[in-house]
Each structure stands twice: as C-alpha cells, then as structure tokens.
Design a protein around this ligand. Sequence first.
Ligand SMILES: [Zn+2]
Length: 335
Amino acid sequence: VSAIAAAADQLTIGLDVGGTKTAVVVTDAAGDLVHETVQPTTAAHLTDQLVAMARAARAAAEVARPGSDVAAIGVAAPGRVDPATGTVDLAVNLGADQLDVAAPIERQLGLPCFVEHDARAAAIWLADQADGADDGTPPSLAYLSVGTGIAAGIVIDGKPLRGRRGLAGEVGHVVADPAGPRCTCGLRGCLEAVAAGPALARLANAAAERKGGPRVTSAEDVFRSADAGDAGARRVIDGAVGHLARAIRGLVLAFGVERVIIGGGVAGAGDALLGPLLDAIAIERQASALAEQALSETSIELLPPQSAAGARGAALVARRAFASTPTAVAVGGRG
Ligand SMILES: [Zn+2]
C-alpha cells in the first residue's frame, strides 16, 4: 500500500525504441502526458541515446510539473526482451545481438528501469485504455505493429501474453510465403519479409526495375505511387495486404481477441492501408462461415497517429512494476 501511495505523486518516463525513431514520454499517475519527444534512432550508440533522452525528459518534466519527481523508467524495445535482466537480444532490426538496456540507465540516472517488448508495451497501454465488455470481462486485444519489422503484442483477458521465453507475439517471423525471400532473421518467407515497410519498398523497386520505372525508398512512396495510379505499386500493396489480412485472421482464430489495432510506420498510410485490409477480410468472411463467425465481431482499427502507444505503454509498465517492487531492490539490484 505504501509503495502505491508514494507512486501516486510521482511521474514515470517511457522510452520506445523503434527501427528508425525513438520516442520518450513522461506521464503522471493518471497516465496523462507531461512531456513528449521523438528523435531518430542512433542504433550504434543506443544506450547513450536512451540515457540522454531520459535525462532531458526528466529535466523537462521538472519544469512542466514543479515539485514532481520521476520514480521509474520503462523501455519498450523490439526483439527478445528479458524483463528480469533488463536485456534485449535478437533485435534484428536494430542490428544488435545483445543489448544491456536497464543497467546503464539505472546506473546513470539512479532510477529503477524496466524493459518490455515494444508491441507488448503498446498492447498493455491499449488494454488499459479500453473499457472491458459489458459483462465485466477484461479486454482481449492484439496490437499489430507493421513498420521496419512486424510483431504483435497480445493481451488476453486483461493479461499480457509473454510466453516462456518472451517470444509470444513474434508473428513477423511466422511463414507467410514458403517460397518468399530470405528474412533478416535468417528464415525464408516470413511475414516481415513480404509485408513490412522495407519489403514493400524492395518489391516495388523490383517491379520498377523490370519496367524501368522510378525507384522508391520507403513504404510511404509505394502508397503514394499506388495512389497516383501505378499498377505495379498497387500490386505490391495488394500482396502485402493479403498477407496482413491472413495474419490478422490467424491472431483472431489463435487467441480469440476482440480487437486488432494496427500501428507502426506502415499504418501511417491510414485509410490507404485499412480500406484494402478490410476488403480482404470481408472476402474471407464471405468465403467461410467459420471466418464469418470469428471475424464478424472483431474490430480492426488503426492506431491513431501520434498516440505514442509504445512509449506510454513503457511508462505504464514502469509505474506498475515500481508500485509492486521495493525501491531498494529495483535500484542497483542488477549485477
Ligand atoms: Zn523472419
């Protein structure tokens, strides 16, 4: 009781490490935003960047809320996250084999630091924001992040699904096309290799090369070309949308989630992504009574832009962990 009461007057920092951008937020006990900044990710000096961003956020929060203090820091990161040691490995899109995240932050800021998988942190925040069902059942939802990589965060009956080694939700490396290209993880035809942002750009460039069209550098360009009437870009998007629709069906059937919220850089395309995705899912529903039953009551949504779900989730994870962890153990408790 005393730890929770003490935490009620304190702020938490949430950092969200993405393949291209890193966001930091400071939130209060009610979850309201006190401060927010986004920077390009500098993967080569990532821990230094996280320490500097947390330090600047703490200083900004002290100005925004005089007399308040930051109690804990949460970090949302891709890859296999071990909340017990505060380390991250297999973060293929950060080009890192092993990252010691929590210990340097705790050492340099003197605050407890808690690490969570980025998509899972976003899902935890979305579940916290959601009203449960009318009958009082806690929310079951999946957050599907489609950006540099693809991963899902899954919350079942209000509880985040972690799995034995923390790899639950890594649907980006489930096979989408057995004959597809090699993925950054080493496997062939992963969902990520055919439907993530870099895959869209690569596939569009392969098509452009065959016909001598202009090259693109990002998924955003591919959506722009398709919008301007480029048939090759349209085919690339339709292909990726088909893969994503099947992945969403898989999430709904495997986990019984009532909502799938799509975020990440590719979701920035907005209705240009959601429209075709809903069409593809409607076709599946027409083809199958089973799909109709599973998907008819599932809400498929885009995460509103600028919602900073990962960073806010990291701040929420830190608040909950801090409230349930004696400070003396959390600070300096790691070797
Ligand atoms: Zn893979």
